[in-house]
Design a protein around this ligand. Sequence first.
Ligand SMILES: Cc1cc2nc3c(=O)[nH]c(=O)nc-3n(C[C@H](O)[C@H](O)[C@H](O)COP(=O)(O)OP(=O)(O)OC[C@H]3O[C@@H](n4cnc5c(N)ncnc54)[C@H](O)[C@@H]3O)c2cc1C
Length: 349
Amino acid sequence: MQQYDYILVGQGISGTMLSWFLQKAGQRVLVYDDARPATASRIASGIINPVSGRKFELAWLYETIYPIAAQTYREMETALGITCFQERDIWNVWPSAQMRDAFTVAVKKSPVLEATPLMMQQEAPRHTDTLFQPFGAGIVKGANVRLNALLPAWRERLHLREERFNADEMVFTGEGVRYRDVNAKAVIFCEGVESPANPYFGKLKFLPNKGEALIIRAALHTDNIIKKGITLVPLDSDLYWAGATFSWDYADAAPTAEKRAVIEEDLRQLLKISYTTEAHLSAIRPSGPDRRPLVGMHPRFPQAGIFNGMGSKGCSLAPWAAQQFVRYLLEGATLPAEIDIKRYFNALR
Ligand SMILES: Cc1cc2nc3c(=O)[nH]c(=O)nc-3n(C[C@H](O)[C@H](O)[C@H](O)COP(=O)(O)OP(=O)(O)OC[C@H]3O[C@@H](n4cnc5c(N)ncnc54)[C@H](O)[C@@H]3O)c2cc1C
């Protein structure tokens, strides 16, 4: 038998962050991941946007979670010898005079993080040759995480079995849990949208939603993230990620002609220059009903845990939520009530 402290199921951004913090705390971790290609973490562009909505409200707990996320990604870059985290201006192109005016109001009370206001008016025009901007634009200080650099690099360092984990084969022992040839203290499921099929956590209500994006080639020559309806995120040289759509009602996870047309129409209204489409991506975002992470151990089977529900904000939420979970598991700290699955215990009993 092999002995580990924790078995994690899934290596999206959730399993990546939880395994990082557990290993940092000296725990022996074994990860199972079945490497399916079109998962949320494998197709997301990893934007971290501090504000949302028509009033540019600050994201939930942003002042707490962003510094932890930035520090974690920087530490992982150093440990893995990769570049995956970049702070970037989000160049918001206004669709109307009303949005421009709402931004002007928001800028006056813009929160300041590490001495930088998160929202500011443009000092000089940008992208005048490439973008239609009849109502102008404003700057939001954001970032993005290159998950397609981070996840494979961390995977190389993990004890990882590239296979499907079958939760029905788990056996609870006095001290922990046995799975085939492995003993561990607990198994923690970081399965993303597979959660409803899980025998322990399948009863937790889930509100997954599907997102689609295009990879386009266009001579925009910018490091900015550009946002107007859709968001354009710089990849390599002239490649940009363009997305994403949201649908709560969908037949399956495959890309659709309908949503491709929606993105193409947004691009037509935004770009003065031509582009070519290199790929069409789609995946399902794992969201809980209250759009907060789902974190904790099962009330009846305390050797089974869940780390999920990152919704559309996995890159900003997962580092902080993983840090909280590891403190709970190893130091007996209390989980923040908003992410603790205790709020749904009635469904699990
Ligand atoms: C189009 C789109 C755009 C997005 N853009 C952003 C963005 O800009 N910024 C942002 O922060 N978030 C974004 N998101 C959301 C983000 O992708 C998710 O919050 C995040 O990826 C969820 O990560 P996860 O690890 O919880 O789940 P997943 O990414 O789904 O990972 C789960 C992993 O578990 C594995 N797995 C599941 N069950 C098993 C099993 N039984 N055995 C073995 N392996 C298993 C899967 O193969 C997978 O690798 C976007 C999502 C989509 C779809």
